[in-house]
Design a protein around this ligand. Structure first.
Ligand code: ADP
Ligand code: DP6
Ligand code: CO
Length: 359
């Protein structure tokens, strides 16, 4: 390692992902192992994403991180687990231009500075933890020359936030719950790449950008402890739904995709209501959006738009094609004009919705 003061940096951009079959509940809180498989679609990287720069320098005296410009503590086990897992796999790094050489063992003595920005509301039910931890792990792996494939990296990102494992891939992604105690088989796999179903257009209706009152982590912990519906869902409902969703994606069957996506979102929110005390993630505007889409789909005879809501009031709407997306946006703007008394903040439209490879 050279003795002079230098800084080596890597920047990565990672999209968020939205589950169409939801993950809600852990069987192991520390390793972040879920009670059921889940399936998601990764958004366009220019849509909703995290940009993270990681830097290493002998001038740094401790690990530090800034999130959206504000310093945050790295002492939590999620950050510590990700940093430890990546450091233990670090390789040799050489930057000939700068005359920097870092050997495998040097990483143990070097500290990191991490600066991360989300281009969308943080902790508001738009999966900031997914894009955030996937980007953290991906950028650190690049900086430290970690030679693991995306599936192994997904198992590390999972230990930051469960949903993050799915953001290491583009397109449609399944997080397999796995059965091993150490979680080594609880990884993400790509079901179909971003080109497979590129007619789809995703519109996100930002109903509220406020931080939610109940984080996903504590919400699902309370559901596991108190909801019988969650037990039924995890054991009896989701396993079958996963197979049906895989088939719908494979055959680009929009009617089946919509039925499964909407039903699963509604069941997830029913589990939240079945939790004691109940958790309310959706609000009146969310419910009105559901009614609008349901009515439209019924009047057309065949589904045009799928809706899904994560742990927050914001709607993710998946239109079957561009023409439908234009009509949908017109309808939304008419019934829910931004900054109106409906609380609607804005719309984000993914042009070529389903994405390129992460990173
Ligand atoms: P969301 O619905 O946005 O995923 P969560 O409650 O699951 O909300 O997670 C929010 C938490 O994720 C934040 O409080 C923060 O700890 C973490 N997080 C969000 N963005 C990032 C980021 N870019 N880098 C690292 N961690 C992040
Ligand atoms: C409703 O991954 O945010 O978005 O693992 O505790 O960090 P932790 O939770 P998180 O939960 C996501 C829940 C969800 C559904 C999903 O993304 O599958
Ligand atoms: Co989250």
């Amino acid at each position: 390692m050279a003795t002079e003061k230098w800084v080596l940096m890597v920047t990565a951009q990672t999209p968020t992902n939205i589950a169409v079959i939801k993950y809600w509940g852990k069987r192991d809180e520390t390793r972040i192992l879920p009670v059921n498989d889940s399936i998601s679609v990764t958004l366009d990287p220019d849509h909703l994403c995290t940009v993270t720069t990681v830097a290493v320098s002998p001038a740094f005296d401790r690990d530090r991180m800034w999130l959206n410009g504000k310093e945050i503590s790295l002492s939590g086990s999620r950050y510590q687990n990700c940093l430890r897992e990546i450091r233990s796999r670090a390789g040799d790094v050489e930057d000939k231009e700068k005359g920097i050489k870092i050997g495998k063992k040097d990483w143990e003595k070097l500290y990191l500075h991490i600066a991360s920005h989300n281009n969308f509301p943080t902790a508001a039910g738009l999966a900031s933890s997914a894009a955030g931890f996937a980007c953290l792990v991906f950028s650190l792996a690049k900086l430290m020359n970690v030679e693991e494939d995306p599936s192994h990296l997904s198992a590390i990102a999972r230990q930051g936030s469960g949903s993050a494992c799915r953001s290491l891939f583009g397109g449609f992604v399944k997080w397999t719950m796995g059965s091993k105690e150490d979680g080594s088989d609880s990884v993400a796999v790509q079901l179909a790449d971003e080109k497979h179903w590129d007619d789809l257009v995703i519109i996100i209706a930002v109903v509220s950008s406020r931080q939610k009152e109940t984080s996903s982590t504590s919400g699902m912990r309370e559901s596991v402890e108190t909801s019988l519906l969650l037990q039924h869902r995890a054991k009896e409902v989701v396993p079958k739904r996963i197979l049906q969703m895989e088939e719908a994606i494979k055959s680009r069957d929009f009617a089946s995709f919509t039925q499964l996506t909407c039903t699963d979102s509604n069941q997830f929110h029913a589990v939240c209501l079945d939790t004691s005390p109940p958790i309310f993630y959706m609000n009146d505007t969310s419910h009105r959006i559901i009614s609008l889409v349901e009515k439209w789909n019924r009047s057309e005879g065949t589904p045009q738009v799928a809706y899904t809501f994560d742990a927050g009031p914001n709607a993710v709407l998946i239109a079957r094609n561009r023409k439908v997306a234009v009509q949908l946006l017109q309808g939304l703007l008419y019934y829910f004009p931004p900054k109106s008394d409906t609380d609607m903040k804005s719309y984000v439209v993914g042009d070529n919705s389903i994405l390129k490879e992460a990173g």
